[in-house]
Ligand binder design. Structure first.
Ligand SMILES: Nc1ncnc2c1ncn2[C@@H]1O[C@H](COP(=O)(O)OP(=O)(O)OP(=O)(O)O)[C@@H](O)[C@H]1O
Ligand SMILES: [Mg+2]
Length: 281
């Protein structure tokens, strides 16, 4: 995959709980970084699984303080200390270009990790300084050519209700072949479309040998029309080796497998889309 460096791009990974979002984000981050993209893998899940999936040493991973707990930084950037929002004025869209240097964890040569943490929303549309900061980091961190952000999210679709989903050019909606996961995938795709994301991929994970008939049946049941909802459909096979590799699942890339070929196909399609966008503009 030697191609011209794409313009900076952002990808959000979403889907129901347990479908394989973190595993996919970690493996894809490493794959893209090995192919010369400068990747920022960002974790928006309060459970903070991504550092372990990327293979950070356990002590190093456990010592990470998520960005939303860095109250001094939040105050410095937004003008408001977390918890002190009433009556104060926020600096919206603060400059956050120093965030990776100050809080990023280097995983590998072209791979950095930023653990965002998640703010529990008190009410719809609640504006608190933690949210302002996290949304700014995701939407306004300026990216240079050949740079990419991959955001692993918490299960569900709440993040689409916030400015967080702004500025993403692509969305990977992960599902397995279960009714509930497909129903969430469908909802996520609709929300991703509404937030203006240019390319929405469905990734059917843990594909079983004989799974296609079942999948077709479930798509019908959930009213999921693939061609209208998704710009591309990929699948990744059930990979029994993850069980022995955990938590450092990116080691899967060390040998060829169906999962790795599937990842390469996803990466190539993402890069092709970014290159097309680049040529069009
Ligand atoms: N293709 C696959 N084959 C087999 N096991 C897989 C596959 N993809 C992921 N898994 C396993 O499924 C489990 C859940 O994966 P993962 O943590 O990536 O899901 P998630 O969507 O991020 O979950 P959560 O919603 O809790 O954040 C893990 O044990 C992981 O190793
Ligand atoms: Mg996860």
């Amino acid at each position: 995959m030697s191609m011209k460096q794409p313009n900076g791009f952002r990808v959000v990974v979403t889907g129901k709980g347990g479908v394989g979002k973190t595993t996919l984000t970690a493996c894809l981050s490493r794959l893209l970084s090995e192919r010369g993209i400068n990747v920022l893998a960002a974790d928006e899940d309060p459970q903070m699984n991504l550092p372990y999936a990327l293979g950070l040493p356990l002590e190093k991973a456990a010592a990470i303080v998520p960005l939303n707990r860095n109250h001094d930084y939040i105050e410095e950037k937004t003008g408001v200390r977390p918890g002190k929002s009433f009556g104060s004025m926020f600096r919206l869209n603060p400059r956050v270009d120093d965030v990776v240097k100050r809080f990023g964890v280097q995983v590998d040569e072209n791979l950095n990790l930023l653990v965002m943490g998640t703010v529990v929303q008190a009410a719809a549309g609640c504006l608190c300084s933690e949210n302002v900061l996290l949304d700014s980091v995701m939407s306004h961190l300026s990216l240079r050519e050949g740079e990419a952000i991959l955001l692993d999210t918490q299960a569900g679709v709440e993040h689409f209700g916030r400015a967080l989903a702004e500025g993403f050019s692509q969305c990977l909606v992960v599902t397995d072949t279960s009714f509930n996961a497909l129903a969430v995938a469908r909802h996520a795709a609709e929300l991703a479309r509404q937030s203006g994301i240019g390319r929405i991929h469905l990734v059917v994970n843990r594909r079983k040998e004989d799974g296609s008939r079942k999948l077709t049946e479930l798509l019908e049941l959930t009213g999921t029309d693939l061609s209208n909802l998704f710009d591309g459909v990929h699948s990744l096979p059930l990979e029994p080796r993850f069980e022995e590799l955990e938590p450092n699942v990116t080691r899967i890339l060390q040998e060829e497998s169906g999962y790795v070929s599937g990842l390469i196909a996803i990466a190539e399609e993402m890069l092709a889309f970014e290159n097309d966008r680049g040529n069009a503009s």
